[in-house]
Design a binder for this molecule. Sequence first.
Ligand SMILES: [Zn+2]
Length: 332
Amino acid sequence: MRRFFYKYTLLKSLDKAWVFNIILFLVFAITRFSPSMNVDVRHRQFIVSYSPEDETYAKRLLVVLDKEIAVFENFFNTKLEGIFTIEIPASQTDYNTSAGSNIPEWSNALYMPSQRRMILKKPEWFSSEENFEQVISHELSHLFFHQKYGHSAIPLWFNEGLAEYLSDKRIEMPEGVIIANAIFTRKIIPLMNIDSLLLFNSGRARLAYLESLTAIQFLESIISSRGNEWDEFMEMVNQAGFEITLKSFTTYDQVDFEIFWYRWLSEKYKWFIILNWENLIWIFMTIVLLGALYAVRYRNKKTLEDWENDESLQLEPEDQVNIDINIDNPNY
Ligand SMILES: [Zn+2]
């Protein structure tokens, strides 16, 4: 009887535990997987999908769309066609699941042309110091680029460089130091190799984005120096392809373009090497050392002068005469 009682109470407590676990699982499943938790908002030609707690980000996204769409339509000389989806996943796991296994950890967003779908990480998950608005603009540039050129054979540095350029990325001191370090350590990535961007680690990827941006800046400087505009270049790429357009606007084929870009890059950014922290420390230590050496020499000189002054004050004129005699007459 006593044994039965134990069994009964044990079963009862097990039942309670099971019921509790099942309820917990259901609550988790409902809150975690229920599609009703996502808000879908139609804005212009976009369906924006986000969790209610991310409404602030969704609003910031709509502001960027309102501000930038006309700019991009003008630059690419194309109107948006059809509907696009933009998602702000509720969790990093959701982002990774949506992005797929080929997308590197360091990515802050992506655009999938075949699905007409953009996925944005929330800024708190960004792997680098990036601005949410600039990340949206960067992906919008990819969206327009793919709508304009489809799957034409255009090097990735041109696509990524334009995305950086159109999202108003700038090369400030830290970026200049990265480029200068790469120049001095011979780690500059050939522009053509940037096609393998997705295989790069985060440091190399950052350098690849910077190089792409500088290549666009270099290209822009040539285009404008010849009195041409971006829209002419972009239109010719659409009609004649990238290689022919590049040759026509710069006289360089891709290999020569890369050689002249590298020369320009070195001239423009190599001096940033002195702003490297490690170099700054060495420069500072050298200045301190030279300062210390100068101080010691100055002090010794001063002491010597003081001694000489003291001695000349203590010596009588007769003594000086004797000394002179000593010097002038060694045999004396
Ligand atoms: Zn990109």
